[in-house]
Every structure is written in structure tokens, then in C-alpha cells.
Design a protein around this ligand. Structure first.
Ligand code: SF4
Length: 389
């Protein structure tokens, strides 16, 4: 498959070349072809749905609100959520919003203007700095971004992300303004060019076929091979909700897709499933090694009908799999310098500094409560599983 066959590829100059032989090889992969991971990881996060405005209207999505109803959290509301998270021992502030929310929502635009911001990214930068101030590492997931938008916030984030979902043209991306796979790939490529540790993933069951799943995973792999920036790939199944009647893919389907992801991606790239949406226990022998961000204090606002399991639940999952469970930071360890000792100068280290900014390194090395919390996580405290017995 040439990159030009991907919808939106021409517009965004997507220069991928996905060999047919690799697609075929991946289509033959099943759970028996991959090994289970020898540990599971997760991050403790606090979920901040900065705005529910989005220029798109994907049919499976309950996150967005129409113009006139969409919310925009104020700095005071954001601070309150962040402080609750920091007090509960979280390390990650997960900022989410729809795509280009100030594009067609005049109320959001006017509100931003009143607060002194000419764009949502300018506001995002302010709340990322607020998160660092409160004692949390920002991970922003602001939909598709131009190079200028990403560059404006990259150094205030430990990592960023956007779901590719699929390289296919699916009817679920409905409406006059359709999400473009070419634009998603452009955003993922931009993160690579800017050296941003990145999370992406595929969404299973929105009308794509098996070939589309293989091609989507191979597209992610090709961009990662070029830049080395993809830290984890989420394999997420669609779920029924009040806006859509999509069937939840079977456990058998998810087992095969997760195995394909594990086989396709380099070992260093984690394969993540969200435990509040997936048949997680049935997927663990297919190469899953990360359970994503779990929040002890906020709902999953993207899928509010599905509660995050308690941390105890994650411990049980790891116990059943017979592997240790480790907390991690929103930025994976390999993107940090070898030594992240307290009080060291951000510029001291020879490795890793190209991936995270001095701002983030300073926060991790700080001689304060938050810095100590980050470094404890880097020291790999075990939760549940055989190594903690
Ligand atoms: S899935 Fe994302 S891009 Fe699509 S409508 Fe929902 S928030 Fe917008």
C-alpha cells in the first residue's frame, strides 16, 4: 500500500510505503504467535476534559457537545481537579479536548479571548504550566495539531498523544467535517519531527476490516522506525453508548488484533489496552504490557458509562497473569536521561535530553514532594504480582 492510498494522504503529504508482504504476514498472526509480557505497567492520572467542543461529529463518540452546549474549564476549575489528583498521589495530568475546538464554537473562542488567549493551544500551555506548578506531569491529547500548535505546548508536556484510529475511510467519521487519516498521520509525524514522546493507537470495530487494521499498525510502525518517538500503542475496542449502536468487537477479535499489534511493533513500544473498556483478562496472553492511565479521582470523561477499575482491580489482573504490576510516569523511562537524580542540572545528562524539555526534567529532579513522587515511580515500586509477595 502506498501512503497515497490513505484518505487525506495527498493533502498532508504522507509519504508511507506499506509493503503488501508485510500486510499479508500480519494478517496471518494470531495469539499463538506472540508471548505474554513479563510485567504490566500503568500510570496514575487525573483526567482534565479541558473542553468538550470538537469540530467533528464521529458517530461512536459521546465526548463532544454541540456548539452552545460545549464546556471550557476555567483555570480555577482546572486547578481544583489538578490539586485533587496531586493530593491522591497521581503523577499525570491528562488534558483532553476535541479537535480544533475553537474552530466553529464562537462561545469557546470568545471565552478564550476574555481570558487573554488567541487560541486553545495558548490556553493549553497555561494549564500545563499550572499542572507542573501543582505537581503533575502534563500529557496532552488535543486531537490533530499543526506543527506550530504542537511546538507551542511540546516543552510543557512530558508526552503527548492522538489516536490514529484507522487509516481507512469509515462512515463512522461522519458529518460535513470528517476526521482525516492523512491528518492524523501528519500529527504523529510532526511529533516525531519535534521529538515528542508520543502515544497513539487504533480503534477497533468502527467499520474497518482486517486489512485496515494491519495497515494502520504498519503505518504507525513506519513512523516510529523513522523517529523512535512512539512509546505505546493503544488497541481499543469501540463500545456501545447512547449515540451509537456499534457492536463491541468479540474477545476473539480483540485477541487477534492485540497479537497483531504485538507482532508488528518493536518490543520497546508498549501495547496497551484500556481495562475499563476491554476484556482485559482475555487479552493478557496476547502481548499486552500496559494498562494505561487509571485515575483514583476522576471519571473517564471520554467513556463516562464505563468506570475505571480501582487500582485493586489492576493488582488482581496482574496477579491472575502471574506478573508484577509497576507504576510508570506518563513519559516512558527510555525517553529520560540515564540518571534522573535529585537536584541534578537538566543539562548535565548526555542522553535523553533530546526527548524531554528542561522544564520537565527540572520537575522530575526537583527537591520537593512532587519530584520525590516522580522519582519513587522511576524506582519501580511494585503493586501486586509475584515480585511484591
Ligand atoms: S472522537 Fe474525537 S474527533 Fe471524533 S467527535 Fe469525538 S472528540 Fe471529536
Amino acid at each position: 500500500m502506498a501512503g497515497a492510498d490513505i484518505p487525506g494522504a495527498d493533502e498532508y503529504d504522507i509519504d508511507l510505503s506499506i509493503p503488501e508482504s508485510e500486510v499479508r504476514r500480519l494478517l496471518d498472526v494470531g495469539p499463538d504467535d506472540v508471548a505474554p509480557a513479563d510485567e504490566l505497567t500503568f500510570a496514575k492520572n487525573v483526567f482534565v476534559p479541558l473542553t468538550t467542543a470538537c469540530r467533528y461529529t464521529c458517530t461512536y463518540c459521546t465526548y463532544f457537545d454541540p456548539p452552545g452546549e460545549a464546556s471550557l474549564l476555567s483555570p480555577e476549575e482546572v486547578r481544583e481537579i489538578l490539586e485533587t489528583g496531586a493530593d491522591a498521589g497521581c503523577t499525570e495530568a491528562l488534558f483532553t479536548f476535541g479537535d480544533d475546538p475553537d474552530d466553529r464554537y464562537s462561545r469557546i473562542h470568545d471565552q478564550l479571548d476574555e481570558w487573554g488567549h488567541d487560541s486553545i493551544h495558548s490556553y493549553l500551555r497555561e494549564v500545563c504550566e499550572l499542572a507542573l506548578d501543582v505537581g503533575l506531569l502534563p500529557h496532552s491529547n488535543p486531537g490533530d495539531q499543526t506543527r506550530e500548535q504542537m511546538a507551542l505546548v511540546a516543552d510543557a508536556n512530558a508526552s503527548m498523544g492522538v489516536m490514529l484510529e484507522t487509516t481507512a475511510d469509515v462512515a463512522a467519521h461522519a458529518g460535513p467535517r470528517r476526521k482525516s487519516p492523512g491528518q492524523r498521520l501528519h500529527t504523529i509525524r510532526t511529533a516525531g519531527e519535534l521529538g515528542v514522546p508520543f502515544t497513539t493507537g487504533i480503534l477497533v470495530g468502527i467499520g474497518e476490516d482486517w486489512r485496515d487494521r494491519a495497515e494502520s499498525l504498519l503505518a504507525i510502525r513506519e513512523l516510529h522506525e523513522r523517529y523512535g518517538h512512539v512509546q505505546e500503542v493503544i488497541v481499543q475496542n469501540v463500545v456501545p453508548n447512547e449515540r451509537s449502536t456499534f457492536d463491541r468487537p468479540s474477545a476473539e477479535t480483540m485477541r487477534r488484533v492485540v497479537a497483531m499489534a504485538r507482532e508488528c511493533l518493536p518490543e520497546a513500544v508498549s501495547v496497551q489496552v484500556p481495562p475499563n473498556l476491554s476484556p482485559t483478562r482475555e487479552l493478557l496472553d496476547c502481548g499486552v504490557d500496559d494498562l494505561g492511565g487509571v485515575s483514583p479521582v476522576t471519571d473517564d470523561h471520554i467513556n463516562p458509562d464505563y468506570e475505571w477499575p480501582a487500582l485493586r482491580e489492576l493488582e488482581d489482573i496482574a496477579d491472575e497473569a502471574g506478573v508484577p504490576l509497576h507504576e510508570r510516569l506518563p513519559v516512558y523511562r527510555r525517553y529520560l536521561p540515564d540518571e534522573v537524580e535529585r537536584g541534578a542540572d537538566a543539562g548535565d545528562s548526555a542522553t535523553g535530553t533530546e526527548w524531554v524539555s528542561e522544564t520537565i526534567l527540572r520537575a522530575i529532579r526537583a527537591d520537593d514532594e512532587a519530584g520525590a513522587r516522580y522519582r519513587r515511580v522511576l524506582d519501580r515500586v511494585s503493586f501486586g504480582g509475584p515480585s511484591s509477595r
